[in-house]
Design a protein around this ligand. Structure first.
Ligand code: HEC
Length: 151
C-alpha cells in the first residue's frame, strides 16, 4: 500500500474516477492488498473523507469547492442536533439503508457499499464494513466542538 492507492485529493474528477474504479473493479484486484481494518478512525477519515470534509472536518476540503452543495462541518454535529446522534451518523455514512435525500441530492459516496466492495464483497467484508464505519463514527464524535462556552 502506498499514499497514492486511494489518492482522492486531486479534485472532484479524481473522486469520480476513484468511485468508478471501486464500482467496476472485479474481485481480486489491487484493493486486496489493503485491509481497511488496519486503519484507525483518524486515518480512515484523512484517506476517504478529508477531500470533501477537510482535514479537520470543517467542510473545507479541496473537493468541496467543486460540489453544488455545501459540505457540512462535521465538528458541529453535536451542536446541530443537540447531541451526537450515533445511529443516524452511522446510517448516513453507510448510506445503503437510508434514503439520503434529507440533505438534498446524495452527493456523498455510499461508503457502506464502497468499503464492502473493497473488502472483498462477502460476509466477512460486511463485518469489516461495520467495524470501519464504527471507527469513523467514533472519530467524528471525538472531533465535536464543545457544546458549551464556544459561540
Ligand atoms: C465527495 C465529497 C464527500 C466525501 C468524500 C465525503 N463526504 Fe460526507 N458529505 C458530503 C456532503 C455533500 C454531505 C451533505 C449531504 C449530502 O448532500 O449528501 C455530507 C454529509 C455527511 C454527514 C452528515 C452530516 C450531518 O450533519 O448529518 C456525515 C456524518 C458525513 N458526511 C461523513 C463522511 C465520512 C465519514 C466520509 C468518509 C468516509 C465522508 N463523509 C466523505 C460530501 C462528502
Amino acid at each position: 500500500m502506498n499514499a497514492c492507492t486511494f489518492n482522492i485529493c486531486k479534485g472532484s474528477l479524481a473522486v469520480v474516477a476513484f468511485a468508478l474504479v471501486v464500482l467496476v473493479a472485479p474481485r481480486g484486484n489491487a484493493f486486496d492488498a489493503v485491509t481497511l481494518a488496519d486503519y484507525s478512525g483518524a486515518e480512515l477519515f484523512q484517506r476517504f473523507c478529508a477531500s470533501c470534509h477537510g482535514e479537520a472536518g470543517h467542510g473545507d476540503g479541496p473537493v468541496a469547492r467543486g460540489l453544488a452543495v455545501a459540505v457540512p462541518d462535521l465538528t458541529l454535529i453535536s451542536r446541530r442536533y443537540g447531541e451526537f446522534p450515533s445511529v443516524r451518523i452511522t446510517e448516513t455514512i453507510d448510506g445503503r439503508g437510508v434514503v439520503i435525500t434529507t440533505h438534498g441530492t446524495p452527493y456523498m459516496p455510499v461508503w457502506g457499499y464502497e468499503f464492502w466492495v473493497e473488502e472483498g464483497a462477502d460476509i466477512v467484508a460486511e463485518t469489516e464494513v461495520r467495524d470501519v464505519i464504527a471507527r469513523l463514527v467514533e472519530y467524528i464524535r471525538s472531533i465535536q466542538a464543545g457544546t458549551r462556552q464556544q459561540d
